[in-house]
Write a protein that binds this ligand. Sequence first.
Ligand code: SF4
Length: 493
Amino acid sequence: MSDAMMPAQRLWTGDYYNEGAGHADPFDTLREECGVFGVFGHAEAASLSYYGLHALQHRGEESAGICTTDGADFNYHRSMGLVKEVFDRDKLTSLRGDRSIGHVRYSTSGDSKLTNAQPLIFKYRDGDLAVATNGNIVNAPKIRRQLEQSGSIFQTTSDTEVIAHLIARSPKDFVEAAKDALGQLVGGFAFLLLTNDKLIAASDPNGLRPLVMGRLGDAYLFSSETCAFEVVGAETLREIQPGEMLVLDRDGLREERYAEPARKALCAMEYIYFARPDSDMNGSNLHASRKRMGQVMAQESFVDADVVTGVPDSSISAAIGYAEQTGIPYELGLIKNKYTGRTFIQPSQELREQGVKMKLSAVRRVVEGKRVVMIDDSIVRGTTSRRIVNLLREAGATEVHVRITSPPFKNPCFYGIDTPDRGELIASYKTVEEICREIHADSLEFLSPQGLIQAVGGENAKDYKGGLCMACFDNDYPTRTDFDGEEKFGCTC
Ligand code: SF4
C-alpha cells in the first residue's frame, strides 16, 4: 500500500510527530556551543574568516561575527543569524586588515542576545582587544564575582568577558598578562585573542576543546576544525597543545606555555557526534573514526537483521562500519530534510494527526517487512530515539534494534556542551533494559568505553582513556568542577 493510500490513523500514533526529530530537537539534543576561526598575515583575512566560519556553521547557528585589524584600527561586525545571513559583500569589504578572528555561536537557552555575540570587543589601556572562544570556564562565576566586588563592570552576561578584565587589570605586558589570565581559568576552552599588533591562540590545560593551526602561503590560520582549512585551501600544521599559547606578531610565531599540560582529555563527543566527518582530530579522520565505532559496535553487539541504517547525518559513517563488519547491507532507511531550517509555524492539529514529518522520514520501501539495525550516536532524554524507532515501525519495519555508538550519557558537561540537567538524562536513572522499553526498541546496546577508546584512540590509545574526556559517560571529570558550590554547566561563550 502506498503512503498516499494509508489511512491517517495509521500514520499517527501520537508519539512520532517529529517536529524536531533528528538532531535539531531543542528538547532532546546535545549542542556544540561555538566555533572559532583566526587569520594572521593575509590580505583577505575577512573573506577567509567568512569561508572558514561557514565551514564551522554546524558548531553554532545563532550568531556570527568577525573582527579584523590592519594593525591600527579594529573593524568588526556581529549579528544574530547564520554566517551567510550576517555577512554580505559590503560588510566583508568594510572589514579591512590582514588579521582577524571570527566566531559562530549557539546560545544557552534564554540567552540569545546580540551583546553576547562574539568576538567580544574591548578598549583597554594598551589599545583594542577582541576575544573569541569555544568552551566553558567552570570557575567564571567565582572570578566574575570577585572582579565585580573590586569594581569591574561587565558589559555582557558572557563569562568570556572575564579574561578581558583579568588582562586589563594586570600590570604586565599583554603576553604576560594573557598568560596570567589564562592560568586562572579552569575548564575546557579554546581562545583566540586579537590586539592591534598580536594574535594569541590558546588551549586549556587538558585540550578539551579542539583548536588547530594551519598555513596558507605566509599566513597562519586557526580553526576549531580542520574542515575549515580544506575550504580555504590551507594546509593543516598541527593542533594547539594543552596549556599552550601561540603568539603571532610582526616577529613571527612564538610558542609559549601558560600552564603545564594536564591529562590530555579531548572531548569524546567531538569524535562521536559534533565535528564534521571530513575533519581530522588527533591525526584521525572523523569519518574513519566513526566507521571504526560501528565496526567495534558490531563486534560487541551483533544482532541478525536484514538492513543497517544510520540516523542522519552524524551516524551514517558508523552505520557503514557496522554494515561492513557484519555483512548486513547498509541502506538509507532514514532521510533528513535539509531544508526545514528553523520553523516557528506550528502545524494545525489536523496536520499533526496526519503525522507531519518535517525533519526526518523513514524510507518505507527500504524498511518495510525488514528487521532493521538503527545506528545512532547518543541517547539524551530518549524522546528522539523513541520517535525515530516509531517512524521505522510505522514504515513497516518488523524489528528495530538500536545500537548507540557511545556509552550511556549519564552526566552533564562542564566544558562547553549544552546538556540537560543530570536528572533529565535518561541513562542516569534507567537501566539499558528500561531505556530499550521506553524507546520501543526490540533490543538496545551501547558501545563500551573500551570500545570507544579502541575505535578513536588509534596509536594514542595507550594514553589514559585514549586521551579522551569521557566524563559524561563515567563521571570522571578532568578538572575541578565545583567552586564554592558555583558549578557552571554548559557554555561560557
Ligand atoms: S563531559 Fe562529555 S561532552 Fe563534555 S567535554 Fe567531556 S566528553 Fe565532551
